[in-house]
Design a protein around this ligand. Structure first.
Ligand SMILES: *Cc1c(COP(=O)(O)O)cnc(C)c1O
Length: 232
């Protein structure tokens, strides 16, 4: 079933790319495996998936320990500073940097393990109270400050669009954040690139691709609904 879902998602990505006149290689699919058991990740791995997204440090670290080493782990959830040290040795990309204090901690832990850790700045483009991420008016100041941290590399922006029934409702938000990333790129800030735009989830990843997403984060569409009822 996971392999069939993946086939469907892949077809949709290809379709969205065609519609937007983009190349398939411009878009990376991240399989969001939070709450899902190891067997499910293995099934996705067997079909060729190497990018996995998780939102809890402990869960991601546990999965990293038992799964093949050629997997790239993406931290997509709100990150607490006291947990950064656990993922610093192996994380591929942290999508959810939303404060200078968090960036300072990642920089410190990256240095300890001798790495430069790639990060994205999370922007709350729809200004939803319930969401993490910074306002787009704060983004320049934050990027300027973080760009001076030697063990971090800002590679782009991430956003979590509102939950909507009709994906078209999010098109404007995706368009806005793409524009923001183009504006930032034009500033040519040292140590900052805007090569990555992480946006789009199960409900709206095709629209996100049409509006310029380079990474889409798909969970339910690959692994099925999540069951939170049996959580401790
Ligand atoms: C859970 C999650 C996703 C995946 O959501 P689906 O709707 O299941 O595809 C994507 N991004 C973030 C930040 C998430 O927390």
């Amino acid at each position: 079933m996971i392999s069939e879902n993946l086939k469907q998602v892949e077809e949709n990505i290809v379709k969205a790319c065609e519609k937007a006149g983009r190349k398939r290689e411009e878009v990376t699919l991240i399989a969001v495996s939070k709450t899902k058991p190891i067997e499910d990740l293995k099934e996705a791995y067997e079909t060729g998936i190497r990018e996995f997204g998780e939102n809890k440090v402990q869960e991601m670290t546990g999965k990293n320990e038992v799964l093949p080493k050629d997997i790239h782990w993406h931290m997509i959830g709100h990150l607490q500073r006291n947990k950064v040290k656990y993922l610093a040795p192996y994380v591929s990309l942290i999508h959810s940097v939303d404060s200078v204090r968090l960036a300072e901690e990642i920089d410190k832990q990256a240095k300890k393990v001798g790495r430069v850790i790639p990060i994205l700045i999370e922007v709350n483009i729809a200004h939803e109270e319930s969401k993490f991420g910074i306002n787009e008016t704060e983004v320049y100041d934050m990027i300027h400050t973080i760009s001076k941290m030697p063990n971090l590399k800002i590679e782009g922006l991430m956003t979590i669009a509102p939950y909507v029934v009709d994906a078209e409702e999010n098109r404007l938000f995706f368009h806005k954040i793409k524009q923001l990333s183009v504006d930032i790129a034009q500033k040519n800030i040292d140590n900052v690139t805007m090569n990555i735009l992480s946006m789009g989830m199960t409900g709206d990843y095709m629209v996100a691709i049409e509006e310029g997403a380079t990474m889409v984060r798909v969970g339910t569409g690959i692994f099925g609904e999540r069951d939170y009822s049996k959580k401790e």
